[in-house]
Design a protein around this ligand. Structure first.
Ligand SMILES: [Zn+2]
Length: 125
């Protein structure tokens, strides 16, 4: 089971402002275009999008259920936005692509250094 949880009042919202974003990119060396897709302004919409992305991902096995929630910093309450769902065959790439994805290094080499590549997720039997 995977639970996606975003929260209200996320400071990544600052990245939606072009001026802040370019300054932040300059200070951190991070890619400005990549930062432009990071802000969580509407946590509910971001949760829905992330759950959809996971359900469509070749890396999520069909028996894994995915749900989405928003944690409200003001009330301390967690609201379920998307109930548990399992990847549907129609949403998933063909089996040969899934198989290929299963053997790709994890995390992807572009995202992490070699020290993290050794940490492969454990396969659920
Ligand atoms: Zn946040």
């Amino acid at each position: 089971m995977v639970a996606v949880i975003h929260h209200t009042g996320c400071a990544t919202g600052f990245l939606a402002h072009a001026g802040f974003r370019s300054g932040f990119a300059a200070r951190t060396g991070l890619d400005e275009a990549e930062l432009a897709v990071k802000p969580v302004i509407d946590p509910e919409a971001t949760v829905r999008a992330d759950v959809q992305r996971l359900l469509a991902s070749a890396k999520v096995q069909p028996q894994i259920s995915v749900s989405g929630h928003v944690y409200d910093l003001d009330t301390g309450l967690v609201t379920t936005i998307v109930g548990p769902a399992q990847p549907q065959p129609a949403q998933r790439p063909p089996a040969d692509e899934r198989l290929k994805a299963d053997f790709e290094p994890w995390p992807p080499a572009t995202r992490a250094g070699p020290e993290l590549s050794a940490r492969r997720p454990t396969r659920v039997a």
